[in-house]
Design a protein around this ligand. Structure first.
Ligand SMILES: Nc1ncnc2c1ncn2[C@@H]1O[C@H](COP(=O)(O)OP(=O)(O)OP(=O)(O)O)[C@@H](O)[C@H]1O
Ligand SMILES: [Mg+2]
Length: 320
């Protein structure tokens, strides 16, 4: 398999812990924290690695938190190329409240990048992507990075053989104009993007196709949470249902789906099959807490269940 490069402009060191009850002004004593490397592209690289695909995560990194993030990735065996920045990599803090089952997620904005640091990230990415099959740009942009950054990236990759996959929302999504191979909005993100409810599958498909007609991308994979995903091109659309499975945590399901689709495409599967593998990877991610990567055996089991259902019309969702 050829190299896949991911870019995460706003990485995070994810700290997850648990406590009985969160009470204001009291000292809230927490369980031992779990630390995970986080941020869209980094999550995609971790899953690609689990699925046996050669991935390199490119990201700006600064301070103790940046070094901790790099160490965690190295421990998992994920290749990384970090660009040193002056600011400190942000930390995200999640608390599971045991008495209520509620989860509190505190997400910080991330350090401000200087124009020079932004430029260095772009250069490092373009250099890393020289022989890559895919570049995955995923996640939000930190302060200091222009909302047009992903468009600048697409233009910088225009002459390369790498196909660009973008998973983002809000202003950076709105700023895209051309040069993207595949976009992976969730239904929530597409609704927000077009400012319509998108109640029916037909409405969802037309909204997705508007992005293709506008020349922004060739493929939209619209993820629908428990309802799976629909892929849309200029010529076709197809819905791939998901499986009904118990959910430990839905965090990272979209990142896992992106990794699965790319692995499918790298196996030379057609889009329908690759998206099915992506849906399987999204489902498998529901089994692990937080952003802990899914297991490859779970992805393969879910994929087999989806194929069985599509070919013999079996309706049992029992996979585990
Ligand atoms: N509750 C669920 N039941 C079954 N499958 C799910 C569920 N949640 C997610 N998935 C699977 O994971 C994929 C991605 O999930 P989702 O559509 O929520 O994207 P997301 O990027 O994680 O969402 P967002 O970015 O809006 O938080 C889905 O297409 C589906 O295959
Ligand atoms: Mg998402």
């Amino acid at each position: 398999m050829r190299e896949i490069v991911t870019l995460t402009m706003n990485p995070a060191l994810d700290i997850t812990t648990a406590t009985g009850r969160v009470i204001a002004t009291d000292k809230v004593r927490c369980a031992a924290p779990r630390r995970d490397p986080g941020g869209g592209g980094i999550n995609v690289a971790r899953i690609l690695h689990v699925l046996g695909a050669p991935a390199t995560a490119v990201f700006p990194s600064g301070g103790h938190s940046g070094r901790a993030l790099e160490d965690l990735l190295a421990t998992e065996g994920v290749r990384s190329r970090s660009i040193t920045i002056r600011g400190s990599t942000r930390e995200s803090f999640t608390i599971d409240e045991e008495q209520t089952g509620l989860q509190y997620r505190f997400v910080l904005p991330g350090p401000s990048l200087t124009p020079r640091e932004v430029e260095s990230c772009l250069d490092a990415l373009v250099q890393s992507a020289k022989d890559a099959a895919f570049v995955v740009a995923s996640g939000s942009l930190p302060p200091g990075v222009p909302v047009t950054f992903y468009q600048t990236l697409a233009d910088a990759l225009a002459d390369s053989s790498a196909r660009l996959v973008v998973d983002t929302s809000g202003p950076p999504l709105r700023a895209l104009e051309r040069g993207v191979y595949l976009l992976k909005p969730s239904i929530r993100e597409l609704r927000e993007h077009v400012g319509r409810d998108l109640r029916t599958l037909d409405e969802q498909v037309s909204a997705a196709r508007e992005l293709i007609t506008a020349g922004i991308c060739a493929v939209v994979v619209l993820s629908l949470g428990p309802d799976g995903a629909v892929h849309v091109t200029a010529a076709e659309e197809e819905h791939c249902p998901s499986l009904a499975v118990p959910v430990v945590s839905a965090v990272g399901a979209g990142d896992s789906m992106v990794a699965g689709i790319i692995v499918g495409l790298e196996r030379q599967w057609d889009l329908r099959e690759a998206v099915r593998y992506g849906v399987a990877a999204g489902v498998a991610m529901l089994r692990t807490p937080g952003t802990a990567p899914c297991r490859r055996s779970d992805v393969d089991q879910c994929y087999a269940a989806l194929v069985r259902r599509a070919t013999v019309g079996q309706h049992s969702d029992a996979v585990y």
